[in-house]
Each structure stands twice: as C-alpha cells, then as structure tokens.
Design a protein. Structure first.
Length: 402
C-alpha cells in the first residue's frame, strides 16, 4: 500500500516534469459538439480545456505582434493540485504557513482582529462582502483577490510556483478521498473532527442540507488546528460558534470543515459544467454568473460557487469569513478556471459586465460598469474591473490554467 502510494506520487512528479505543461494546441479534432451530459465530468472538463487552449493558440498567432508582454510562452500556469508532485505541494503549503506566521500590515482601524498577513486577506474580504458577491464585480474581484494572494506567497514567502486549483469533479462522490482533502501531509488538511450537528442551511437559511461526518476543527494534515481570528459573522452550518457582535472583534477559534458528499455528488456534474461553459447559461455574462451563484428557488439548485463552499462546509459556509480556510483559494481558483475557459470560448461576451454594485441591490447603488474599482486593501493597488478581464492582458495578469 505504502509502496503503491509512493509509486503513484513519484510518477506524478516525473509526469509533470517530463511532459512539462502543454502551452499550445492547434488540434482541429477537438469537437465541443460531442460533449453531452452523459459523459464523464473529468473527461468533459479535459475536452473543454483542449478547446480553450486551441482558441488561445490561434488568438496568440493572430495577435503576436501587439501582445508583447504576455504570451502563451511566458504565461504562468496554474495547475490541478492532483497533478502537482509532493515537493510542489509542500512548497505551496509552506508558503501559506509562512503568510500565517508573518504579522499583519493592515491599518488596525480597518482590521482590528487581523494578526497575520494571511488575516489581511480575510479582513478585506469581510469588509467588502456585500459589494463583491452576486454583483457585477464578483468574478473579477475574486480573480484579483486570489491573484494578489498568489503574489504575496511568491514575493513575501518565496513560493516558486503558482496557485493550485481544486478540481471539483475529481472525487465528487467522496471529497474526503480527494488529494486536496485526504488529510495527508501533501493535502491542505482533512475533514473536521466528528461534531454532531444538524447540517447546514444555504442561501440565508433557505436551503437545508444534511450533515456529513465532520463538523469540528480540521483534524489532520498541515492545517490541523489552525486558528482564525475573525468571525464567524454569518455561518450557514448549525452548531457553529455564535456570530461576533462586531466585524472587528478578535475571536480566536479553530477552523471547521464537514466535507460533504451530499452536496458535491449532487452538483459537481457534467450537466452543470456544460451548462456554464457551452450551454444555455453560457450565452451571456449575466446568465453565466447567475448560474454560478445558483437558483435556490429552483429546488435548491446551489450553483457551482455555493456548492464548493458547502461541500467543504464549516467555516466555508460563512459568506464573510470563508477565506479563513486556505481551501478558499483552491475553490476560487477553480471558479476562475471556469471563468477563463468561458471567456476564451465566448470572446464576444467575455468583456461585458452585468449586475449591480451591491448584494441583492441593498442599498441600491446602480449597475456595475467596467470602470468600477476593485479594492484589495493592503494586498494590491485598486484597479478597475476591465483591467482584470483578461488573464493574459498583462495589466497585471499573465496566466493560464492547465
Ligand atoms: C491550425 O490547424 C489548421 C488545421 O489543421 C491549419 O489549417 C491552420 O493553419 C493551423 N493554424 C496555425 C496558426 O497553426
Ligand atoms: C470597511 O472599511 C471601511 C473603511 O475602513 C469602513 O468605513 C467600513 O465600515 C468597513 N465595513 C465593514 C463592513 O467592515
Ligand atoms: C438538532 O435539531 C434538534 C431539533 O430542532 C434540536 O433539538 C437539537 O438540539 C439539534 N442538535 C444540535 C446538535 O444542534
Ligand atoms: C442551464 O442554465 C439555465 C439558466 O441560465 C437554466 O434555466 C437551465 O435550467 C439550466 N439547464 C440545465 C440542464 O441545468
Ligand atoms: C441596470 O441593469 C438592468 C438590467 O440590464 C436594467 O434593467 C436597469 O435599468 C439598469 N439600472 C440602471 C440604474 O441603470
Ligand atoms: Cu467571496
């Protein structure tokens, strides 16, 4: 068993090094019309990936003279955690631990509960929650947010790689066995300890979900027993600590998970992947982003964004403070990968913005435009939505996904 694990891990490392990362693809045999909901979801994701790379390659060929700063040859490549070798995974884990050990640099008036550099990220997310969810800035704000986290890992903690993503479709029947969450020293920690509770309720309590086998503090792996300093503010899991009275209150506590197959097996499906990327929901940025965020009135359909948070559960059910759990960045990198694929496959719609400036339009501040600011606090300079629209625009982004 141990030998088998070692072999698989070594092969993965060898595989990544030997094949390197495909940066071009002009494969005219990639045929999106062959995709249908009965196909295996990982297979479908791989066909979409190939089509995305082919489009990027053809576009790169056409615009080579103009695009001097970022091209397929120098773009960073963000990869599936499962395809990273143990050494690469440990480098990422160590860099996150490094950010969690460095002192906060945020203004204490802005983030009184922040203690570490990691907390500076949670703090700005808490502060802006009502302006960056179910709004016109949702996709670009979170894109910029995880990019600035990646930059901090690299610049402040010497991380040599790029952000990994959690492939939702792998181990959707049993997220506890995913290499992201299996609790080994090359995972980002396992399930929460068993903590009897009544499950969770998504969408402000309107969609009840059964509990799984965890619910307590992260019980194994590199992030076992790590502490959060902020929140909870609006947790959806029953039995969580009571919410803090003020967003700024210092409230040290552990990070809970309840890795929940009820959610992942129901929503991480080929049908939902295809609807977003090439189906009805892919037609406009409005339908794309609305579908991502769910149709709770439609038999509790969660959408892939909410489904990821409720699959990890615990801290991840808190709209404000979910960033406390490092899995946040893995989940949002996967969202950003789907956003990237959608943009490349739908160039005419890819730079549109739709939606309001506030969650549920409260208070009503009007519709978002591409000139609205994306605020990152101490983590990165304020930029406009349109600057974050293209992952290869070079202002500042220059990356693709494998
Ligand atoms: C891509 O492949 C097609 C068909 O195989 C070929 O006609 C086309 O010239 C190729 N384009 C580039 C930019 O290599
Ligand atoms: C966000 O930060 C601003 C500036 O410090 C502050 O005025 C505002 O009350 C904060 N909002 C929340 C929800 O923390
Ligand atoms: C679960 O719900 C039942 C019924 O409302 C309640 O009596 C019980 O205390 C709850 N259990 C926990 C652990 O919250
Ligand atoms: C696809 O998304 C649209 C919303 O854009 C929804 O009305 C439709 O039911 C979805 N189709 C499937 C098969 O889930
Ligand atoms: C915002 O956009 C919606 C949908 O496109 C439109 O119906 C509405 O009139 C817009 N509101 C404002 C204030 O521009
Ligand atoms: Cu968020």
């Amino acid at each position: 068993m141990a030998l088998q694990r070692w072999l698989v891990a070594s092969l993965a490392c060898f595989h990544a090094a030997a094949l390197s990362i495909p940066r071009s693809c002009n494969d005219s045999t990639v045929d999106l019309t062959k995709l249908d909901a009965s196909m295996d979801s990982i297979e479908a994701l791989s066909v979409l990936q190939q089509a995305t790379m082919r489009n990027l390659y053809l576009e790169d060929q056409r615009s080579m003279p103009q695009r001097s700063t970022c091209s397929l040859t120098n773009a960073a490549v963000r990869r599936d955690w499962e395809h990273m070798c143990p050494r690469e995974r440990k480098e990422f884990i160590q860099a996150v631990q490094c950010l969690r050990a460095k002192p906060s640099i945020a203004d204490p008036d802005f983030a009184r509960a922040a203690r570490t550099r990691y907390d500076d990220f949670t703090a700005v997310h808490v502060n802006l929650t009502n302006f960056v969810h179910a709004t016109g800035s949702f996709l670009t704000w979170h894109r910029y947010f995880i990019w600035s986290f990646e930059k901090a890992l690299r610049d402040e903690c010497g991380y040599p790689g790029y952000l990994p993503y959690w492939n939702w479709f792998s181990h959707a029947d049993d997220p506890r066995s995913s290499p992201v969450f299996d609790g080994s020293d090359t995972s980002i920690g396992g399930d929460g300890a068993y903590f009897p509770h009544n499950g969770s309720a998504a969408f402000f309590g309107s969609v009840p979900l059964p509990p799984a086998n965890g619910g307590g503090c992260i019980a194994s792996g590199p992030f076992k027993d790590i502490q959060a300093t902020m929140g909870p503010i609006a947790a959806g899991m029953f039995g969580m600590e009571p919410p803090v009275a003020s967003f700024h209150e210092y409230n040290p506590r552990c990070i809970r998970r309840d890795l929940n197959h009820h959610v992942s097996s129901r929503f991480f499906t080929t049908a939902n992947l295809l609807n977003l990327t090439i189906g009805d929901a892919s037609k406009t940025v409005k339908s794309f982003q609305d579908e991502f965020n769910g149709r709770p009135q439609d038999n509790g359909f969660m959408g892939l964004h909410s489904a990821g948070h409720y699959t990890i559960n615990g801290e991840n059910t808190d709209f404000y403070t979910s960033v406390n759990d490092p899995s946040f960045f893995f989940h949002h990198a996967m969202i950003d990968k789907i956003f990237w694929m959608w943009q490349v496959l739908h160039p005419a719609e890819s730079r549109e913005v739709a939606g309001t400036l506030t969650l549920r339009n409260e208070p009503p501040l009007g519709n978002a435009t591409i000139y609205d600011p994306l605020i990152m606090g101490v983590n990165a300079p304020t930029r406009m939505i349109h600057e974050l629209m293209g992952t290869m625009d070079g202002t500042p982004l220059c990356y693709i996904y494998a």
